[in-house]
Design a protein around this ligand. Structure first.
Ligand code: SUG
Length: 442
């Protein structure tokens, strides 16, 4: 059966802030403790969804996790009313309070790994919420993420939700940010490329920053999702790239359908990739667009987030690059993109630049904000209809963001318990608009 790829973007949550929590993510460190604007951030994300919808690309929305995470704060010994808990936590450990307030669930590329029904053995769509154990503020996401995914993809006849992998470094998992699926068409089985930063038997490892994805986690997910071994590649990320700020593979590589776009310094052994692609090249080719250091330096790739662009196919069947605005203002990268879209030897022939500064300043570009879920028409019918993007949804969400989201958040505002009632109003409204009121009940 024919299927389409739906981009489910995380709605940026009302507690979005810059707390410098993500070691190895250069933007998070650089923008730490600056004032943030949840309102601007959420509106920027919403405009990206609208752009894709206008291009004819199916678009969905995933609700933000409710923050602060009082379960975690209580688990760590804070007690009393919500106001008491905020005051005690603020006085004890501000980084902990900021972690529990983080709106990091917006980066839905890290929410889960997803296998479309055509690639699985039981003809269902499979999800494994990522355990995100490498960073504390993200390690508290998985239980609520699983609930959220079930609220959107609830029907067990079509959707299978696996528990997150064990919370141990051997199984470190950051979800779809390290998984790329390519395919020749909308009907047949695709191929999966899992990229990991460390393995029990690794010969080489990053020395400065953490490797957030393990080989063993990728293998466990491929097994439980029923992926065909001869359609699956496990590829090691170059440790030098991680040490230069490539904390997920999607900071250096992005693929869609028949195109894989990557930097020459992305992988430890690029030859394995080339060989795998050659094995799966049938009558139609896959296009490997390999960017050389002379064209775009690794430093510029990381600072512009070129490879965190989305590649999508518009209504006319053309490949389009959705690139962060940082690419337009980086001379080398902008020049490269102009060449890329002029060059007829690859299928990408259009670019749109999007302003996502609020997310970007925490290291989250266009591709980080979306979880790709390939769905057949029946599976779309079985998906929570309130989480599908359309003009009305856009207007409802825009009004909600404008009315209820804070204009600015600083550390001082996070410490002030009066913020809680403003956030509650926002979550209640989001719950109604996205048909997931139960996520915000208590
Ligand atoms: O996990 N940043 C996120 C960004 C995730 C981007 N996702 C992908 N590349 N797919 C992270 O590093 C920063 C939060 C802070 O510093 O306040 C943060 O969590």
């Amino acid at each position: 059966m024919e299927s389409v790829e739906v981009n489910f973007d995380g709605l940026i949550g009302p507690s979005h802030n810059f707390a410098g929590l993500a070691f190895g993510n250069l933007a998070s460190t650089r923008f730490a403790h600056r004032p943030s604007s949840p309102k601007q951030g959420a509106l920027q994300g919403l405009e990206k969804m609208k752009l894709l919808h206008q291009l004819g690309v199916p678009q969905g929305i995933l609700p933000p996790l409710r923050r602060p995470d009082f379960n975690t704060l209580k688990q760590l010994g804070f007690s009393g009313t919500h106001k008491d808990i905020i005051e005690q936590a603020a006085a004890t450990d501000m980084a902990l309070l900021a972690s529990c307030y983080s709106a990091s669930s917006m980066w839905t590329a890290n929410a889960a790994t997803v296998t479309p029904s055509v690639d699985s053995q039981d003809n269902r769509v499979h999800f494994t919420a990522a355990n995100l154990i490498s960073q504390f503020h993200r390690s508290i996401e998985p239980p609520a993420t699983t609930k959220m995914l079930k609220a959107v993809f609830g029907d067990p006849r079509y959707f299978c939700h696996h528990p997150s992998l064990p919370a141990h470094p051997d199984w470190a998992d950051e979800g779809a940010a390290n998984h790329t699926r390519l395919c020749h068409n909308n009907r047949d089985k695709g191929i999966s490329i899992f990229v990991y930063g460390k393995a029990k038997q690794s010969k080489v490892m990053p020395t400065t920053f953490p490797a957030r994805q393990s080989l063993e986690a990728c293998q466990a997910i491929a097994r439980s999702h029923g992926l065909a071994p001869n359609h699956t590649l496990f590829l090691q990320q170059a440790p030098e790239a991680i040490d230069q700020g490539v904390f997920h593979n999607d900071v250096i590589c992005v693929g869609h359908q028949q195109v894989l776009f990557y930097h020459q310094d992305a992988f430890y052994d690029e030859a394995e990739l080339v060989e795998f692609i050659a094995q799966h090249t049938q009558t139609q080719p896959y296009h490997l667009i390999r960017v050389e250091t002379g064209q775009v330096s690794l430093k510029n790739a990381v600072s512009s987030y070129l490879f965190n662009s989305q590649i999508v196919i518009n209504q006319a069947g053309e490949y389009v690059l959705i690139a962060p605005h940082n690419c337009a203002i980086n001379e080398q990268v902008n020049h490269y993109i102009n060449q890329l879209i002029k060059d007829a030897s690859n299928p990408i022939n259009q670019v749109h630049f999007v302003n996502l500064d609020q997310s970007m300043n925490n290291g989250g570009g266009p591709a980080c904000l979306r979880l790709r879920v390939r769905l057949t028409p029946e599976e779309i019918q079985a998906t929570n209809p309130n989480c599908m993007f359309n003009e009305d949804k856009y207007l409802e969400l825009k009004a909600c963001i404008e009315q209820y989201y804070p204009d600015e958040l600083t550390e001082a505002k996070l410490k002030d318990p009066r913020l809680l009632s403003q956030l509650d109003l926002a979550y209640t409204q989001i719950g109604k608009i996205l048909g997931v009121a139960e996520l915000y009940d208590h």
